[in-house]
Design a protein. Structure first.
Length: 549
């Protein structure tokens, strides 16, 4: 009988040691789980009565916030799919300022519902197709039901600003209204019209924060606040009808560009040298007086001799001002930044009614206020503690972003979950047009939208199922703006009750959440490198190792 030979196959190694690979359903399950955990982490912060998170880093620094983007940014997230969820929040923040939590919660819910379909053997490609169809239809419906507003109507913008701010820095209603008015005034001051369209550059609104007072003490300065003090105590603390020279050059004797050596052999020569130096500086100050400047704001340094002459001339001077602040000053005062004192002319000077040094919370600051047609303004944010001021600043950033996006696309929708329930109702009917499995995905998309009103109710201590049932019934009767008022604890007409949001915020949240869900669903293979091992420390000279000659 012939002897049978057994072939020993060698394993084929494709990936180096330390790599892990997860394939197919396992990869999808892991990614979906990671994304769901991130969404769950921020879900409790949604809505006006959402809770805050306290984040403590390795150095012990504490951040207290309920802003979705800030929470995810501060959390040191490792998992790659979870990191993608952080990207959604960042995109939402950059594009429209508000709606970061909504986008993340919606993406988490879309993935959770997609998992149910994967369990029923619906292919990820079919789910992605259904989600994309639902997203396009949702954006079309938003355009159809969105209510156009007059972008110059300040009252509507104040209502939107208040909706964004509620639950951020939770001050009292009167303070909330004041903050909303400040934000709207700031936007109206810096907005520009180009080819019939309104354009707002948020960078022209400077946010300066100081601990002290309360959030209600926050003020809008039609000009710029500098975190600097005058360079010499002999200078005036207040200058009225200020003519401002903006200098991007030092008020000191320049060193030669090439290497040079000055040889001084006698005390007389030394004296002549110092005298010449003083003359050059004096000449610069004379030039400033000649063009009529009574305020000098310098991006570089100011020599002590120059400080003395400026103080004698009664000129208010500030040095080492940031480049970004110089640009804001130029936009606010109408002045031009010059790179040489010799080139300065009266036309280059900026104007402000008042330039003054004021002490705020024990620190001196320079206020440039009362500019003629300022295209740059400052909001000075106050609050009782560092955490309050930081959260008020985040709230103000969100409001300004939401208002700027609203002026680009001046349409509003009802808040309090109203728009999500209406979209879900219409998408349910839209799904019936499709005979294939994508119908299931569209219905899951509709169901995912309902998580927003449920989370709003849940976070306010209300029964989410009862409220969702009532919302659905009211929407079925044609009340398209029926939403939850968590303060009254009942379903109301959101727009009539001034719970209104910018359409851009909703559009961006739906777009980024859907795109992220589709991207994660399409992954069926995760190849991850192992962690790099720390280089083993070489043994030092000691008992085990002796030095040889």
């Amino acid at each position: 009988m012939a002897e049978r030979r057994v072939a020993h196959t060698m394993p084929v190694l494709i990936l180096p040691e330390g790599y892990t690979r997860t394939v197919g359903r396992d990869a999808q399950r892991m990614n979906i789980l990671a994304a769901k955990i991130v969404a769950e982490a921020v879900r409790t912060t949604l809505g006006p009565k959402g809770m805050d998170k306290m984040l403590v880093d390795s150095l012990g620094d504490v951040v207290i916030t309920n802003d979705g983007a800030t929470i995810l940014d501060e959390m040191e997230i490792e998992h790659p799919a979870a990191k993608m969820m952080v990207e959604i929040a960042k995109t939402q923040e950059k594009e429209v300022g508000d709606g970061t939590t909504t986008a993340v919660v919606l993406a988490g819910e879309l993935l959770k519902n997609a998992e149910d379909l994967l369990e029923k053997d619906v292919h990820p490609a079919v789910i992605c197709k259904g989600y994309r169809l639902a997203m396009e239809e949702a954006l079309r419906i938003l355009d159809e039901i969105g209510k156009p507003i007059d972008p110059n109507n300040k009252d509507v913008l104040v209502d939107i600003a208040m909706t964004v701010m509620r639950g951020k820095a939770t001050p009292q209603e009167t303070e909330l209204k004041e903050l909303a008015k400040i934000a709207v005034d700031a936007i109206f001051t810096v907005k520009e019209e180009r080819n019939g369209k309104i354009y707002v550059d948020i960078d022209n609104i400077k946010l300066e924060k100081r601990v002290g007072g309360s959030v209600g003490d926050t003020e809008l300065i039609k000009g710029v606040v500098l975190d600097k003090e005058r360079v010499h105590p002999g200078m005036p603390t207040l200058v009225k009808n200020a003519k401002i020279a903006l200098l991007n050059c030092p008020l000191e004797v320049k060193e030669p560009e090439v290497d040079a050596r000055i040889q001084i052999t006698s005390p007389e020569q030394m004296e002549a040298f110092l005298e010449q130096e003083e003359k050059m500086i004096k000449k610069m100050v004379e030039k400033l007086k000649e063009v009529g400047a009574n305020v000098v704001i310098c991006q570089k340094g100011i020599d002590e001799i120059a400080q003395h002459y400026l103080a004698k001339a009664g000129i208010f001077a500030v040095r080492r001002v940031k480049k970004s602040d110089m640009e804001k000053l130029a936009r606010a005062t109408g002045g031009r930044i010059v790179t040489s004192v010799e080139d300065l002319s009266p036309e280059d000077l900026g104007y402000a009614e008042i330039v003054e040094e004021r002490k705020i919370a024990g620190e001196s600051m320079t206020f440039v206020r009362g500019c003629r047609n300022p295209k740059s303004v400052t909001i000075l944010i106050r609050g009782g503690s560092d955490h309050v001021v930081d959260e008020a600043e985040r709230a103000m950033e969100d409001v300004l972003g939401a208002l700027a996006s609203l002026l680009k696309d001046p349409k509003i929708v009802g808040g309090g979950g109203a728009v999500e329930v209406e979209l879900a109702r219409r998408l349910e009917k839209f799904a019936d047009k499709f005979p294939g499995r994508e119908q299931l995905a569209i219905k899951m998309f509709a169901k995912s939208l309902e998580t927003i009103p449920m989370a709003i109710a849940e976070n306010a201590g209300l029964d989410p199922i009862d409220f969702l049932a009532e919302l659905k019934a009211r929407h079925e009767r044609g009340e398209i703006w029926a939403g939850i008022d968590v303060f009254e604890e009942k379903v109301v007409d959101a727009i009539e009750n001034k719970i209104i949001e910018s359409i851009s915020v909703k559009k961006q949240a739906i777009k980024s959440a859907t795109e992220m869900a589709i991207m994660i669903l399409r992954i069926d293979d995760v190849i991850a490198a192992g962690k790099l091992k720390k280089e083993e420390e070489k043994p030092g000279l000691g008992e085990e190792e002796t030095e040889t000659d």
